[in-house]
Design a protein around this ligand. Structure first.
Ligand code: GLN
Length: 446
């Protein structure tokens, strides 16, 4: 009730929710009370949570931030949603996001941008900007997000919260509307690493409904939180501390790393030599996959359909023309072009080869060190509108997060200070399935 009240008074300013499910929340809370009085309560029983509007929720609008799905209520629940429901969590509603998760500022949302609670003139980051703003603004204690190129870590950094992108395949993508299937991964967003660990306990696991889900035992992520960091080898990639980066960010990140040294960790400079190729490779691979995934929105089965189509082709064209926003159309055009006959080898195949090199950089680095650290973003939160007319400037904001999705490894962002009164994020990167190590290091720091 207290969170629902806070949403009522604060969300006009933050616009962090697309849909608030008050009736459902109250009935889930009542069911949780009953479970509690029957002595059956677990960690999440009765705990309020908000879900990114990319996760399908049965009977509840699932818009993905798009006009295309504005009136779409899913007939089924995503596995992540089902897991939280089974654990007894109370869903407060669905959070704002960039349209189809394409963006770094939440400004591509059909519902208007969410705003940064630290400064309402600034973006909360994206694409999971609504989830980050809701948690940072104390409108929800926890929220789900998804990360294709940084969409959990970047908004977590800009809003001063903690977010984790798990290893690709660790969390089921079933019912998570696909953007770029080989990169998309759901994960937790909350105030602390400890909260992230509890959420990941619910979210992670094999799902036969997702062919890329990995059948590997799920540890209790809270158990390793208090391990000592003595002897932990931290690698600092020189590419993450050069180029277009706000010096205040560098200072805050370096201060944080000194604290890790004080906790017993050792530091080593490393190199991820292909980092500069990550953005170009990603902006071939992700749009290519998106152009294919988004072909299902044709006005026939579900989603927006134009008024009075003259014939089938007119219906496709106008339904898609009206339903998708500018950035989504740009990605579909780029992706379709890159996959066209004659261009495939020059662009898509080349991008896949670069992807392998980037992955190899991480594999090599993580054979020398336990954790890689650096800034999550090159700048703190920027002003609304500042980059919205310059797609390349927007893409560059993901310079430190995007390469990790190409490699498939887990990464986290935790708050590590302020620049001009706005939060700064420290990024931690680990080897495949090293989520426990990332959570442990983050918890010790926090
Ligand atoms: N900003 C990146 C993009 O627009 C990443 C988005 C994401 O991780 N969903 O593709």
């Amino acid at each position: 009730r207290s969170y629902l009240d806070r949403i009522k008074t604060e969300d006009d300013a933050l616009n962090s929710f697309i849909t608030v499910t008050e009736t459902q929340a109250l009935s889930q809370a009542e069911a949780a009370d009953q479970r509690r009085s029957a002595g059956e309560a677990g960690t999440f029983t009765g705990l309020p949570i908000a879900h990114k509007d990319i996760f399908c929720t049965q009977g509840v609008r699932t818009s993905c931030g798009s006009r295309m799905l504005d009136s779409f209520a899913s007939p089924y629940n995503a596995t992540v949603i089902e897991n939280f429901n089974t654990a007894g969590a109370v869903s407060l509603g669905k959070t704002n996001m960039d349209e189809f998760a394409m963006g770094s500022s939440n400004e591509s949302s059909f519902y208007g941008p969410a705003r940064n609670p630290w400064n309402n003139d600034c973006v909360p980051g994206g694409s999971s900007g609504g989830s980050a703003a809701a948690v940072a603004g104390r409108l929800a204690p926890a929220a789900t997000g998804t990360d294709t190129g940084g969409s959990i870590r970047q908004p977590a950094a800009l809003c001063g919260i903690t977010g984790l992108k798990p290893t690709y395949g660790r969390v089921s993508r079933y019912g998570m509307i696909a953007y770029a299937s080989s990169l998309d991964q759901g994960g937790p967003m909350a105030r602390t690493a400890e909260d992230n660990a509890m959420m990941l306990n619910v979210m992670a696991g094999f799902d036969p409904k997702d062919s890329t889900s990995i059948d590997k035992a799920v540890p209790d992520y809270t158990l390793a939180l208090n391990d000592s960091l003595k002897g932990l080898k931290i690698g600092l990639p020189k590419e993450f501390f050069s180029g277009e980066i706000d010096p205040q960010i560098t200072t805050q990140v370096q201060n944080a790393i000194r604290e890790f040294e004080a906790l017993g960790a050792t530091i080593k400079e490393i190199s991820l030599p292909n980092t500069h190729l990550a953005i170009p490779a990603y902006y071939i691979i992700a749009p290519a996959e998106a152009s294919s995934n988004l072909s299902r929105f044709d006005g026939v089965r579900y989603g927006h359909r134009c008024e009075e189509p003259a014939d089938l082709e007119d219906m496709y064209k106008r339904s898609r023309g009206e339903g998708f926003g500018e950035e989504v159309k740009r990605r579909i055009m780029v992706g379709t072009y890159a996959l066209s006959e004659g261009f495939y080898d020059a662009y898509y195949k080349k991008a896949l080869q670069i992807r392998r090199l980037i992955q190899q950089d991480y594999v090599n680095a993580l054979s020398e060190v336990d954790i890689i650290m650096g800034p999550t973003t090159p700048h703190p939160a920027f002003k609304l509108g500042e980059k919205s007319s310059d797609p390349i400037a927007m893409y560059m904001e993901d310079i430190f997060t995007i390469s990790l999705n190409l490699a498939g490894m887990p990464g986290m962002s935790i708050p590590c200070g302020f620049a001009n009164g706005l939060p700064v994020g420290l990024q931690l990167i680990g080897n495949y399935f090293a989520e426990e190590r990332l959570l442990n290091a983050s918890h010790q720091f926090q």
